[in-house]
Write a protein that binds this ligand. Sequence first.
Ligand SMILES: C[S@@+](CC[C@H](N)C(=O)[O-])C[C@H]1O[C@@H](n2cnc3c(N)ncnc32)[C@H](O)[C@@H]1O
Length: 213
Amino acid sequence: MDLDEAYSVKTPEDSRRLYAQWATTYNETFIKANDYVYPRTIAQKFDELIPKSDIQTVVDIGCGTGAVGSYLANLRPNLKITGLDISPEMLAEAAKIKRIDDSPVYNDLSEVDLTVELPKKSFDAMISAGTFTHGHLGAETFISLIALVRANGWLVIGINSKHFSSQGFGVALINAHDQGRITQAQFHNVQIYGPKSPHYGDLATIAIFQRLK
Ligand SMILES: C[S@@+](CC[C@H](N)C(=O)[O-])C[C@H]1O[C@@H](n2cnc3c(N)ncnc32)[C@H](O)[C@@H]1O
């Protein structure tokens, strides 16, 4: 399994199939092998920029094996983290990971195809890395997911920068802002992979904003 295969998925069914095969080796063959630094970077941005007061619950979109959650739990030990993902095999890996105090990183994990349904829950904040990328979730789903965050809650969403440009994420954010649904987004361009990776130079755009209504 490699990056080309991940980028070649076209449908949620393709994702389910790909990640079913990849789940048990994903951390070794993808995260470690490619020096995938993005989950750590996004957790650090969240910790730096999102206020601590009033933020007790966060949902991790496309949590996979739980890399984002594990960094976030270290930085914000009191956060209750929910993970959502289409792949039961990836969720099973995320369920195994623990915090320093031996409690699970994820307080709740649910299998859901986010292109067709949203859980009936509300969170103080949302985070995501690696899920808004080629062949995975697009701008329409991105906008629908705002409904999972309470009014005045925060979203810290990483989007592959090429996917951002080709799939109209910028326009979708401007429209949502014009409709008074969200604050104006701030953007941070970050490396997805470390300097030793063959993919070094691939960028993600992290969009940070608040839901208004
Ligand atoms: C590249 S992985 C990223 C996982 C993790 N966030 C990370 O950074 O390691 C993308 C994840 O998105 C999930 N995914 C893809 N399509 C989805 C959908 N329609 N609904 C929910 N999750 C989906 C996949 O199962 C996979 O776990």
